[in-house]
Design a protein around this ligand. Structure first.
Ligand SMILES: NC(=O)C1=CN([C@@H]2O[C@H](COP(=O)(O)OP(=O)(O)OC[C@H]3O[C@@H](n4cnc5c(N)ncnc54)[C@H](O)[C@@H]3O)[C@@H](O)[C@H]2O)C=CC1
Ligand SMILES: O=C(O)[C@@H]1CCC=N1
Length: 270
């Protein structure tokens, strides 16, 4: 890959820059953020370039891959477009914004081609599953490059754009529910005498073991659950307590609420 640009070096912009640099050290990365201090520090860390302005960044990118990642908050996309939209003709844009459809983004940056990503915060360590949505007619080499970038953050999965909101509910936002679960499991250990730091280690390793087991065996998690659950034993008591609290439907509710919020945002109502 030639040099790519990234606008916005917050949580996700940093993760993407770091991930691409780690996976493809020879790829040049030019960055811009209105917060120059953090943007410059990131550029130094990964041996990239901090552009003087978004227009400078675009000039560099146009001479190179023509690919630029938009990593600002959804509500800042319009402002950014007012500043640079007209300069983006011919650019290949990757947007990671939740709740902003390709149909909304393309007119903001006339003459550009847009692919959407939905990563999660595990991109910080190259362990994110990243949804990639490209409209029909996207240039094959752009789609290939986008998938290469996505894979440098973990795993890439091609998804129809209509499912990006649901993906956000399950993964982009869903990883936060997993953090809640880990914390809750550790608190449970603490309530029963294990100091929190030790309980947290135990909870994390249990979760990693569960995920790896599902992945390695390809077994349905419900089947694995029944293998743990001895008749009249300890596990069924825990499962019963979870379901008394409507655990399964609660998690489904959480996914639905986040999905609905993403869909509402896409309709321009939030
Ligand atoms: N944080 C997460 O876990 C995930 C976030 N996303 C999406 O990623 C995008 C970025 O989110 P975060 O990294 O969490 O936000 P953030 O607030 O950490 O980073 C956004 C950055 O954009 C910069 N910025 C704002 N306006 C700008 C402009 N006009 N020009 C240049 N830089 C500008 C800010 O200074 C900030 O550093 C959002 O659209 C969000 O929906 C997607 C998946 C997961
Ligand atoms: O909460 C949010 O809106 C963003 C999108 C997915 C994760 N964080």
């Amino acid at each position: 890959m030639h040099t790519i640009g990234i606008i916005g070096t917050g949580v996700m912009g940093t993760a993407i820059a770091t991930g691409v640099h780690a996976a493809h050290p020879s790829t040049g990365i030019v960055l811009f953020d209105i917060n120059r201090k953090t943007g410059q520090a990131l550029a130094e860390k990964i041996g990239g370039t901090f552009a003087q302005s978004p227009k400078d960044l675009i000039q560099t990118v146009k001479q190179e891959s023509g690919t630029m990642v938009l990593a600002v908050k959804p509500q800042h996309l319009e402002g950014l477009a007012q500043e640079i939209g007209k300069d983006c003709e011919g650019l290949r844009l990757i947007s990671i914004a939740a709740g902003r459809s390709i149909q909304t983004i393309e007119p903001l940056f006339p003459g550009s081609s847009v692919i959407r990503f939905m990563p999660n915060i595990a991109a910080q360590i190259g362990k994110s599953i990243v949804a990639v949505a490209a409209p029909e007619g996207t240039a094959p080499d752009f789609l290939e490059e986008a998938q290469t970038i996505a894979k440098s953050l973990g795993e890439a999965v091609l998804l129809d754009e209509s499912l990006i909101a649901a993906f956000t509910g399950v993964s982009g936002s869903g990883i936060a529910y997993v953090f809640s679960f880990i914390h809750a499991l550790a608190l449970g250990g603490t309530e029963n005498g294990i100091p929190y730091p030790k309980a947290l280690t135990i909870a994390v390793e249990t979760l990693l073991g569960a995920g790896e087991l599902v992945k390695a065996t390809g077994a349905n998690p419900a089947e694995l659950l029944t293998r743990v659950t001895s008749a009249g034993g300890t596990t069924i008591k825990g499962i019963a307590a979870l379901e008394k609290g409507a655990f399964t439907s609660l998690i489904m509710d959480a996914v639905r609420c986040a999905t609905e919020k993403a869909e509402t945002m896409e309709k321009g109502k939030a």
